[in-house]
Design a protein around this ligand. Structure first.
Ligand code: F6P
Length: 373
């Protein structure tokens, strides 16, 4: 009896999603004789049982396509929005999994999806998750698909921003994605030769940044290019943000947790324009014009780079192997030149931050890059 497998994409889109769907689908269908259905728009498709048959034809021509042919969403299984309320839809998902006579469910997503995958595993479903995000902030895996392409895009942008910086003797601040971890900003900042790189893991001071810019001016460089992670903060904002996070974590009642979450959201909103605020502070302190470019969703768009296509195809094929072998409750992780299953319990709910002593941090400092502290 052919195994029937469901697949879905969840969380923020990322380059390589369709390449994984193709790699998994071709291996599952052609190599193992399985049947494959794709659930639409992430968890929402599982809840409402919206799916499409993914036969060989549906997998043709999608290797190079950005985004996801299945659509995505950021829904949570246990906190699903229905008419303004949040409802636990775990049992509905289990029922739809059984109604479709599935033998396994493959979920392509980031940290949030790993939590959904763990929850459905605990509900008794056979689940495998694959590491997708441009942030590269999933623990247990050397890297994630989408990260290499986003780094290519961001590096090209930083390269191009050098033109206006040196032509106009300006400070150019490029804000990159990465609201929790700074891997993308650090990697693209080094690759793009940014003079200063600011990441969430290293709270900055304006004074330190000004000192780097002025030292460059003293050496005859009348411009600076700064790569700023959207989650980077100065030391004061970092203290406020961490205090707000602690309030949420330490709230002892549901009401207190709700109030703490509202406060945290207000702090995040108040800090959202930090790159523009920093630009004004640097212009005042150095006398150099400052301009901001927000790279935003450009970093997630378009065709995946070759490295991501290769990684995505490998991960998809490896996931099909695990379905065939009956190994579930795992993330298909990248480990050196190989892939390996890692228990979801070791991944879900955790974030891979840039360690202060990471080689990339040391490398940036050695080549004279300012890190804001
Ligand atoms: O998690 C990946 C990511 O691109 C982050 O870098 C970014 O902050 C976030 O998604 C944006 O989320 P959304 O697509 O929901 O606006």
């Amino acid at each position: 009896m052919a195994k029937r497998v469901g697949i879905l994409t969840a969380g923020g889109d990322a380059p390589g999603l369709n390449a994984v769907i193709r790699g998994f689908g071709k291996t599952a269908i052609w190599h193992y004789g399985m049947e494959l259905i794709g659930f639409l728009d992430g968890i929402r498709g599982l809840v409402y049982d919206r799916h499409t048959d993914l036969s060989g034809a549906a997998l043709s021509g999608i290797l190079t396509q950005g985004g996801t042919i299945l659509g995505t969403s950021r829904d949570k299984v246990h906190k699903f929005a229905v008419d303004g309320e949040t409802v636990d839809m775990t049992q509905t998902v289990v029922d739809n999994y059984e109604r479709n006579k599935l033998d396994a469910l493959v979920m392509l997503g980031g940290g949030g999806t790993a939590k959904n995958a763990r929850r459905l595993t605990e509900a008794g479903l056979n689940v495998i998750s694959l590491p997708k995000t441009i942030d590269n902030d999933i623990v247990g895996t050397d890297t994630t698909f989408g990260f290499a392409t986003a780094m290519e895009i961001a590096t090209d942008a930083i390269d191009r921003l050098h033109s206006t910086a040196h032509s106009h003797h300006r400070i150019i601040l490029a804000e990159l994605m990465g609201h929790r971890a700074g891997w993308l900003t650090l990697g693209a900042g080094i690759a793009g030769g940014a003079d200063i790189i600011l990441i969430p893991e290293i709270p900055y001071t304006v004074e330190s940044i000004v000192a780097t810019i002025k030292a460059r001016m003293d050496r005859g460089s009348s411009f600076s290019v700064i790569a700023v992670a959207e989650g980077a903060r100065d030391t004061r904002d970092t203290a406020d943000y961490q205090a707000a996070q602690l309030l949420v974590a330490s709230a002892s009642t549901p009401e207190a947790k709700r109030a703490a979450r509202v406060h945290l959201a207000n702090v995040e909103d108040a800090q959202r324009e930090h790159t523009f605020k920093l630009a004004r502070e640097l212009e005042a302190a150095t006398g150099l014009e400052s301009r901001v470019t927000i790279l935003g969703y450009v970093q997630r768009g378009g065709t995946p780079c070759s490295a991501d296509r290769l990684l995505a195809t490998r991960l998809g094929a490896a996931a099909a192997d695990l379905v065939e072998q009956g190994e579930f409750g795992v993330l298909v992780a990248v480990r050196g030149d190989a892939t390996a299953p890692v228990p979801l319990s070791e991944v879900a709910g955790k974030i891979k931050f840039v360690p202060a002593d990471h080689e990339w941090v040391a490398t940036a400092r050695k080549v004279g890059t300012g890190l804001g502290a």
